[in-house]
Structures are given as C-alpha cells and as structure tokens.
Design a protein around this ligand. Structure first.
Ligand SMILES: NC(=O)c1ccc[n+]([C@@H]2O[C@H](COP(=O)([O-])OP(=O)(O)OC[C@H]3O[C@@H](n4cnc5c(N)ncnc54)[C@H](O)[C@@H]3O)[C@@H](O)[C@H]2O)c1
Length: 285
C-alpha cells in the first residue's frame, strides 16, 4: 500500500511535531485534537519552527507555506476515514488510548494502518481493541520529532511483516533512522535505557551524593550527553516519565522501577517541567 495521507491524533508536543515531519515529507496530513485551540497552537509552533529555519537558510518561505498548507486541522475524527496511516499521539493513559483505538477502527477504511506513539504501553492491548490487529504497530518518535533522528518500530503480538515494512518505509521517507523492537516489551528499548539512568540520577540526589545540577553536568561533560537527565525530563515533561515509570512498575512488579519519592513530590506539586514553568528546575523569571 502506498501511504499518501497521514492522520495524527493528538496535537500536543508530539502530535504537532509528527504532523510537521509528515508534511515536510510531502504527505497530506490531518491533525486532530479534542479542542481546535490545541490544533491551532500546534500550527503556531510549526510556523515558528519553520520561520526560524527560514532565518537560518534551511527552508524557503514557499516551503513553509507548502508544509502548513498540507496540514488540515480538525476536531472531527471522521475525517480520518480515508487516511492510509494514523499515528496516535494522545495522552499516555491506557484507557483513553483503548477508547481511541476502538473509535479509530470504526472510522478508518479497512486498509488503514493504525500506529501508536506510546512511550511504553502494549501495542497488543491496543490492537485488541480493533478488528485489524495485524495493522496495529508502534511508531515511537522522540521529542522534538522534527529534530530527533530515531523512530522505534514496535511489533505487537499480531503485527504483520507488511505493516512493519510499510511504517519503516514511511519513517525513512521522513529521513528518520529506525530500529525494530521485535517484542511488545514495556518501555521498548530507548525508554528502558533512559529510565535506568534517570532512576540512578534521582537516587544520587536523594542520597545526598550530588545536586541535580552536578548530576546533569556529569552526564553532559563526563558522558557527552547533550542534556542531563533532569534537564531532559523537564524538557520532555516530568509527568510523561512518571507515567512510563509507573507503567513499568505495574508490568514488572519489581522494586527497581518504583517511582522515587522526590519524583512523586514533583508530580503532586504540579511541577511537570518547562511546560508548567517548573520541574526539577525553576523556569519562571
Ligand atoms: N513528550 C515526549 O517526550 C514524548 C516522547 C515520545 C512519545 N511520547 C508519547 O506521545 C504521546 C503524546 O505525548 P505528548 O507529550 O505530545 O502529550 P501532550 O499532553 O503534549 O499532548 C497530548 C494531546 O492529545 C490530546 N488528546 C487527548 N485525548 C485525545 C483524544 N481522545 N482525541 C484527540 N486528542 C486527544 C490532548 O488534548 C493534547 O493536546 C504519549 O503517548 C507520550 O507518552 C511523548
């Protein structure tokens, strides 16, 4: 199947970025959210990103107009009916995602592939909500999608080789590298690796061994990471990492994955990172 139209469900940090990458790669894009204000905000972010690119000589003004012109914003999921590929990027809540998959399955034509950008959750559990489990797959982009080069392609129990091949081709057409996650395994590859380091970073701080600033400096200057774990979590959303950690704990029931108390305190205080003005660090002036 040739993918021409990509529909993105959820116009948040990830959905907006995925819509941008798809439009930049020439796909017709439909971008849906529960409220049109979220879609409009995503369009503003894409506009601002590309405007900066124009100033740096990476895009022409015509390219920006083409990209924005390829994205149709809507709150009506029925417009997904003829999409070839749907990429779900709504909140990391299993019940909300399950309901969305059931609805998508009812709306989309039989050939449509339904991918999820979930950070951790079971592709198979989402596939079970549909009548097309072989066409359900994980397509895990990283934040921010226009910049990060990897897409994890995750097989659910029923995902067909054809589905994996099609979405890998789509990711490559978006100039992304892919890795195949061969099993539906909580947290997949990247987030498992990241959370091990994040947990250890938090433990170092909780045990009074080092400050968050010094742990981040150690990661950047000693291990050559572009960002420290605390900076990264503030950037990506402290709540997102917390959801993923809870999910891994629920799946494995191993004390190792228990969310640390200082992380819970941040969540209770609503300090979700840059998007709320504070997380591990303060951003308010
Ligand atoms: N933020 C990251 O660093 C990151 C990285 C990779 C993957 N992810 C995953 O991507 C997904 C989205 O994360 P995000 O950071 O973009 O979240 P976000 O909170 O920025 O955006 C989620 C959007 O989905 C919308 N939404 C919720 N329910 C909806 C529904 N039923 N229909 C349509 N829209 C709906 C919300 O209104 C919101 O605009 C999550 O599964 C997350 O785990 C996040």
């Amino acid at each position: 199947m040739a993918v021409k139209t990509v529909a993105v469900l959820g116009a948040g940090a990830m959905g907006g970025g995925i819509a941008q990458v798809a439009a930049q790669s020439g796909y017709n894009v439909i971008l849906n959210d529960v409220d049109i204000k979220f879609v409009n905000k995503a369009m503003e972010r894409i506009d601002a990103f590309m405007q900066k690119g124009i100033e740096k000589g990476k895009f022409t003004p015509e390219q920006k107009e083409q990209v924005l012109g390829r994205i149709n914003g809507t709150t009506d999921m029925n417009q997904f009916a003829d999409a070839d590929l749907v990429i779900e990027a709504i909140i990391e809540d299993l019940n909300v995602k399950k309901n969305a998959f059931k609805e998508l399955d009812n709306i989309c034509k039989p050939e449509t592939i339904i991918a999820t950008n979930t950070s951790s959750m079971s592709i198979t559990v989402l596939a079970n909500e549909t009548q097309r489990p072989a066409q359900v797959v994980g397509m895990h982009f990283f934040n921010p999608p226009p910049i990060m080069r990897l897409v994890e392609i995750i097989r659910g129990y029923y995902t067909s080789d054809e589905t994996v091949a099609i979405v890998a081709d789509v990711a490559k057409s978006m100039r992304k590298s892919t890795i195949e996650v061969k099993k539906d395994y909580p947290g997949f590859v990247v987030n498992r690796l990241m959370l091990v380091q994040y947990l250890e970073a938090i433990r170092l701080v909780e045990n009074g061994v080092a400050t968050p600033e010094d742990v981040d400096a150690a990661l950047k200057l000693g291990l050559n990471h572009p960002m420290g774990q605390f900076e990264l979590q503030d950037f990506a959303g402290v709540d997102i990492g917390y959801h993923v950690l809870n999910y891994l704990y629920d799946e494995h029931k191993e004390a190792f994955w228990t969310p640390p108390q200082s992380l819970k305190s941040l969540i209770n205080a609503g300090r979700f990172g840059r998007k709320t003005g504070a997380g591990w660090y303060d951003y308010k002036k």
